[in-house]
Design a protein around this ligand. Structure first.
Ligand SMILES: [Zn+2]
Length: 412
């Protein structure tokens, strides 16, 4: 018996396919009867979406008018706000975002768990609880994230060890927040030390700034190469990369290829936020097209929804993120938009180390169907109509009609 049979759908590559799904996987086509049939005519079937870089515990936190503040000031204020978080409140906020995303076709999300003097283990424990509660709807990976650095924050190192001992398999920081160059270098070394000690993967927020002289990406890559982190390292943002001389850029692309690094690039953060004392618009974006042309894999980082930094915008929908990336990078032709689609599906899946993500026999039946003929059309219309198949079951057939914020909050 087949659980779901999808007939006549189109893949992102344009092939017409019929898929049989049983036991949570795509299986060989057969004549066996199916419990559910989906007429895929007029729809595109894609491997489900993956959000590889999210700060779930920062979602639905009341704003503090920080939009134009220096990045470091924003992070300091977030720290103080985090000390008020409770597990119950955080699980509730995280659950609201996960629910929105699952309906839109996200089947896997990797989120940061702040472990620091303000949050203690509250964010980490909350993500573990949310991961268990929503296991049927999506996979949730946790990155242990000493947000304020492993050097300056007196509690961060111990808390990170506690989370890794508990079984967490990702560790990362935003080294620039240590501010002093020697502390930044030490922070980078400590992340690798912990990753080595616990067999974890390393992840770095790199150069989240519009200052061209901030190039911690290079230190991260060189240290990763020296320690043999090929396939176990990811980076994000890399905003100053495009401001380096051509020879330096190509040197860094070579390192990224050697290390098989996927870069999580955020058009949201690049376009929406300013920087310390800069004229606006500041911040900016990594040179995504040049990275792709030089064999560097890119995924899209949405960051957060309803955070203190941006109470509005940042719609939690990978297709909208893809459209934003297309605008920001000027990837507007059919091939460019197909490449953007891969950033929210295959490339993001590669970044999180997800296996069995695809449309082949044997792959996990974690799929999204959208009412469009191809990625370019989907990224243009934003496909309000979608069906989501998770673990071989139809879990959502939705239009974008969710209430994103509570009415009380809007009236205030
Ligand atoms: Zn981030």
């Amino acid at each position: 018996m087949i659980d779901i049979r999808i007939s006549n759908a189109r893949t992102p590559n344009g092939d017409i396919v019929s898929l049989d799904i049983a036991g949570g996987k795509i299986v060989e086509r057969s004549e066996a009867p199916a419990r559910m049939s989906i007429d895929g005519a007029g729809w595109m079937v894609s491997p489900g979406f993956v959000e590889p870089h999210y700060h779930l515990t920062s979602c639905f936190v009341e704003p503090l008018d920080l939009e134009d503040a220096a990045f470091e000031t924003q992070i300091d204020k977030l720290g103080r706000r985090k000390s008020e978080f409770t597990v119950a409140d955080t699980v509730e906020r995280v659950s609201r975002v996960l629910s929105l995303m699952a309906k839109r076709g996200v089947v896997h999300i990797r989120s940061y768990a702040d472990v620091d003097q303000y949050a203690g283990m509250v964010c980490y424990e909350s993500l573990k609880a949310a991961r268990d509660r929503h296991r049927d709807r999506l996979d949730l990976d946790i990155v242990v994230f000493p947000q304020h650095g492993l050097v300056s924050d007196p509690k961060a190192f111990g808390l990170a060890v506690e989370a890794l001992q508990d079984g967490a398999r990702w560790i990362g920081t935003n080294p620039q927040l240590e501010r002093e160059p020697e502390r930044i270098r030490q922070d980078i070394r400590l992340v690798y030390d912990l990753a080595e000690r616990f067999g974890a993967r390393a992840d770095f927020h790199c150069d989240e700034t519009d200052r061209p002289d901030s190039l911690w990406l290079e230190d991260v890559l060189r240290e990763g190469k020296a320690r043999g982190f090929r396939g176990r390292l990811t980076v994000a943002h890399c905003m100053s990369l495009g401001k380096q001389p051509e020879a330096k850029r190509h040197e860094l692309y070579g390192l990224m290829r050697d290390l098989d690094v996927t870069a999580a690039i955020s058009p949201h953060a690049g376009l929406l936020y300013g920087d310390a004392g800069a004229f606006l618009p500041g911040r900016g974006l990594a040179p995504v097209r040049e990275m792709l042309a030089n064999g560097v894999r890119v995924a899209i980082a949405q960051e957060a929804f309803g955070s203190m930094f941006a109470p509005w915008l940042m719609l939690p929908d990978p297709v909208w993120s893809g459209q934003l990336m297309a605008y920001a990078t000027k990837m507007l032709d059919t091939d460019g938009l197909a490449a953007v689609w891969r950033m929210i599906s295959e490339s993001a899946a590669h970044l999180v180390g997800r296996t069995g993500h695809g449309l082949d026999v044997g792959c996990r039946a974690d799929l999204v169907l959208v009412r469009a003929s191809c990625p370019a059309e989907a990224l243009t219309t934003l496909v309000p109509d979608r069906m989501v198949i998770r673990d071989g079951r139809l879990t959502a057939a939705s239009r974008l009609d969710e209430t994103l914020k509570t009415p009380e909050r809007i009236e205030r």
